[in-house]
Design a protein around this ligand. Structure first.
Ligand SMILES: N[C@@H](CCC(=O)N[C@@H](CS)C(=O)NCC(=O)O)C(=O)O
Length: 350
């Protein structure tokens, strides 16, 4: 009885917080303060990483810059809050950040009972394992009895338990909140294995004393769709974040890049312009009426132009931050567009 009452009180408190945050109107607040407050990781190369001058780069960072470009026609109008995995949801629930763009896995409980809402999957991932090559292990199924380093408050911890149980193996866990301490613990040999999202393994390996000494095992033990998150109860803001993600995909699908967006816009501006391109780039109809839908979600008609000029399309963001030309060298794989063998798919802008 007592516990039931307590959980009711807690539930009511969470709804009250969500309702307060929602009634504030996040998009209007952002327009008023002049920037987007974006929750990111504390440093994950390729995803959200600060340099020595506190300039942030990465896919998750570029997503927030895309949202800023959509609102302000300026990808720099964003401030970053570095958050560890344990504190990230409270920071979003309390309104400390407007959006969380931080290698966060979309799960049912996070998307429902936490009072949050995922706007899309910026990166389709899965959990993997890394070991020192000197250990001579070539499969995760040979890890019985191992000591495993992992981050606190993650899906990683939970999948790890499931996987070892399902395969009748024992393990000891070293769970650490701070990402740099975690990497250090593994690098210094406090654990035999490091486990996290496979993209995280590629990223964290770059921080090891000798990256070449570590191998990533072939097994992928979970689905980790990573994407931006907002609070429940504020549909206007949710729509802006969700359609910014779709705009990035749509631009790639139509071959619209940061280098050619102006040219494509000019080419399609006349009466014989491609109607689909007109809708995407918000080019007005001959009678002056709006062809696109930007103003319908509180943005300008050329919101997609601003996004692509500011950060490029999805493919450009991927290649610049984690692609073949970077230290991470990640292939598009499941993150290719739907018409190119991948899972990235946006509903039509119409
Ligand atoms: N995707 C998983 C794991 C995300 C996670 O927090 N991973 C750690 C280990 S790579 C991390 O991002 N550390 C970087 C940091 O805390 O700044 C989740 O959403 O729970």
């Amino acid at each position: 009885m007592k516990t039931k009452f307590l959980s009711w009180v807690l539930g009511a408190a969470v709804s009250a917080v969500a309702a307060t945050a929602a009634s504030a109107g996040t998009l209007d607040d952002i327009k008023q303060k002049g920037f987007v407050q974006c929750g990111v990781s504390q440093g994950l190369p390729g995803f959200s990483n600060p340099d020595s001058n506190n300039n942030w780069t990465g896919m998750d960072v570029d997503f927030c810059r895309a949202v800023a470009a959509a609102i302000f026609n300026d990808p720099q109008k964003v401030k970053f809050s570095p958050l560890n995995s344990k504190e990230r949801f409270t920071a979003l629930q309390s309104g400390e950040v407007d959006v969380l763009s931080r290698n966060t896995t979309w799960t049912m409980s996070r998307d429902t009972s936490l009072g949050l809402k995922f706007a899309g999957t910026m990166y389709y991932d899965g959990q993997g394992f890394m070991v020192k090559s000197s250990l001579g292990v070539d499969s995760a199924l040979k890890l019985d009895g191992a000591t495993v380093c992992t981050a606190t408050g993650t899906t990683t911890e939970l999948n790890l338990a499931d996987y070892f149980k399902a395969n009748n193996m024992k393990y000891q866990v070293v769970a650490i909140e701070d990402a740099n301490e975690l990497v250090k613990a593994y690098d210094e040999g406090r654990c035999d294995i490091f486990t996290t999202d496979q993209s995280g393994l590629y990223a964290e390996r770059l921080k090891m004393k000798n990256p070449a000494e570590h191998v990533i095992l072939p097994e992928i033990i979970s689905k980790e769709p990573l994407g931006p998150v907002v609070r429940q109860g504020d549909d206007a803001w949710f729509n802006v974040v969700k359609w910014t993600y779709y705009a990035l995909l749509t631009a790639e699908e139509f071959g619209i890049t940061s280098a050619n967006v102006d040219e494509i816009k000019t080419k399609n501006s006349g009466a014989d312009g491609n109607p689909e391109i007109k809708r995407i780039l918000g080019i007005a109809n001959e009678d002056g009426s709006a062809a696109g839908f930007g103003t319908g979600i509180g943005l300008s008609e050329d919101w997609v132009v601003s996004i692509v000029k500011g950060v490029g399309n999805y493919g450009e963001i991927f290649e610049r931050n984690v692609g073949a030309g970077t230290d991470l060298k990640i292939a598009r794989g499941k993150n290719a567009l739907w018409n190119n063998g991948g899972l990235q798919y946006a509903p039509p802008i119409r």
